[in-house]
Design a protein around this ligand. Structure first.
Ligand code: SF4
Ligand code: SF4
Length: 471
């Protein structure tokens, strides 16, 4: 147990998100209608789970094929950090099995035998509490001999709970804001433009280069960063701006959808597609041929797996900014010098959704090797990487107790190889590190820092004497 965890070892039942108010969920239902309930919520949840198991073969397989071998317990960060068996792949799945069992003949006959079986509000809240402690990191799926994906069950259960009026207030708020304003933070177009102006001035001052980012204009490409890069991660934003300028790529930002993140991914497919379809609509409207995703793990996963296939139907391609950097390096259109990033020991830690769902493992390493001098590998890397501890929609203050406990895993990993700066190219990772590192460093008497990868590209880029012709 970390020294920073204020809950009893083995019991995280009291750590839960603030639940969304009915008015907020009603707004979400305007975009995604859901069937009316019967007025008996526990019954509706159980019926919803049964329907989900019939509809989603992956969920059915995961619940049916699990042999309770327990191998995933040693992989699951939420169990390893808290020792609460309910806060684990098997424990969570057992809560669902009890809900399914409750309405069977034997379940009705032996009502009390297997503990709470989602028959009352308290049991439903317990189900929601533990499913909102899952990071959806898929580490369990990597180790399971059958490849069972408990994160998929988490998404399905949360989707049913949301239909029945229970959702994390944080997750529901972000989805509602994104669907209403086009970005998770609700940043208005003037704020986005002001930030770009600020970054442009800083780049001129620091690098002697005048960049000209287009905004809402026709262009060959559309840049799609997470909105957090306009707020918390300005060094990352400057990395995109300088790189795209130096690579000679004709691109535009869009204020209509200034967001790579897609919190729909955390609660099922319905809102995922509402947010994803809006990206396609805006790209079509601007007439671009390419959409370039910025640094965000879950955003990249939702983009790669849902948005890119939809873009291709419209003759538009989608790539990650790392692909564009690698292409430019190979063509020789940009020059990188690691010296400005100094002798610091940079430890790259794969965001879960790059390594276990997004096929972005070697690409960031290709770039890192060219922008820094010292880059020791984390013991848990690539597909065994630890989640930052804020994934899966857990990045909210009321869950700080478990976020700190989960964070201890990657923190210890980085220190074990003498790391001085953790590199995590993901908006959620960066926000989680920003929130947890002060406490972890204080308790550990350390000075670990963090950054994205495009931040390091920014420092390493050697400006060309004259800007190349636009392609
Ligand atoms: S997805 Fe991650 S946090 Fe959730 S049960 Fe699996 S290993 Fe644990
Ligand atoms: S590793 Fe797979 S089969 Fe074993 S308990 Fe976990 S989910 Fe079940």
């Amino acid at each position: 147990m970390a020294e920073t965890t204020p809950f009893p070892d083995g019991d995280t039942s009291s750590v839960k998100p603030f639940w969304a108010k009915p008015e907020l969920l009603a707004k979400l239902k305007e975009k995604v209608p859901t069937p009316p309930g019967t007025g008996d919520r526990p019954r509706d949840v159980r019926a919803g789970i049964r329907a989900e198991v019939s509809r989603n073969r992956n969920v059915k397989l995961t619940l049916d094929a699990c042999v309770h071998c327990g191998a995933c317990l040693d992989a699951c960060p939420t169990y390893l950090a808290t020792h609460d068996i309910h806060n684990s792949p098997v424990g969570r799945a057992n809560l669902v099995r009890r809900a399914l069992w409750a309405d069977t003949f034997w379940g009705r006959l032996f009502r009390t035998r297997n503990g709470p079986a989602a028959r009352d509000e308290a049991a439903i809240e317990r189900l929601a509490t533990y499913y909102y402690q899952c990071l959806e990191c898929r580490r369990c799926g990597e180790i399971c001999p059958f490849g069972l994906d408990q994160a998929d069950v988490t998404r399905s259960v949360r989707s049913v709970l949301m239909d029945c009026g229970i959702a994390s207030r944080y997750v529901a708020t972000v989805i509602e804001t994104s669907e209403r304003t086009g970005n998770n933070l609700g940043l208005p177009p003037p704020a986005l433009r002001n930030t770009l102006d600020f970054c442009r001035d800083e780049i001129q001052e620091e690098k002697g280069v005048v960049v000209h980012p287009k905004v809402d204009e026709p262009a060959y490409a559309m840049l799609l960063p997470p909105s957090a890069d306009f707020f918390l991660n300005l060094e990352t934003l400057k990395g995109y701006l300088l790189f795209l300028h130096e690579a000679g790529i004709d691109y535009t930002f869009t204020t209509e959808h200034a967001e790579l993140g897609n919190f729909g991914l955390f609660v099922g497919e319905k809102h995922l597609s509402v947010v994803g379809d809006h990206v396609v609509k805006v790209a079509k409207k601007l007439g671009v041929k390419l959409v370039i995703a910025g640094e965000c793990g879950h955003g990249w996963r939702a983009f790669k797996q849902y948005v890119v296939p939809r873009l291709r139907e419209e003759g538009i391609e989608g790539v990650h900014v790392f692909h564009a950097v690698i292409d430019a390096v190979r063509r020789g259109t940009v020059r990188l010098d690691p010296a400005p990033n100094g002798e610091t020991r940079y430890v790259y830690q794969d965001p879960c959704n790059y390594a276990r769902a997004g096929d972005l493992v070697d690409e960031p390493r290709f770039i890192l090797e060219r922008v820094v001098l010292n880059h020791p590998e984390s013991p848990h890397r690539r597909e065994t990487t630890w989640c930052c501890g804020g994934g899966g929609g857990l990045l909210t203050d009321e869950l700080m107790a478990i976020r700190l406990a989960y964070a201890q895993l990657w923190f210890d990993d980085a220190l074990s190889v003498g790391g001085q700066q953790v590199v995590r190219p993901c908006a959620i990772c960066k926000a989680q590190l920003n929130a947890t590192l002060p406490t972890l460093n204080k308790v550990g008497k350390t000075r670990l820092q963090y950054s994205g990868l495009m931040d390091l590209v920014y420092k390493a880029l050697v400006p060309s004497a004259s800007p190349p012709a636009k392609t």
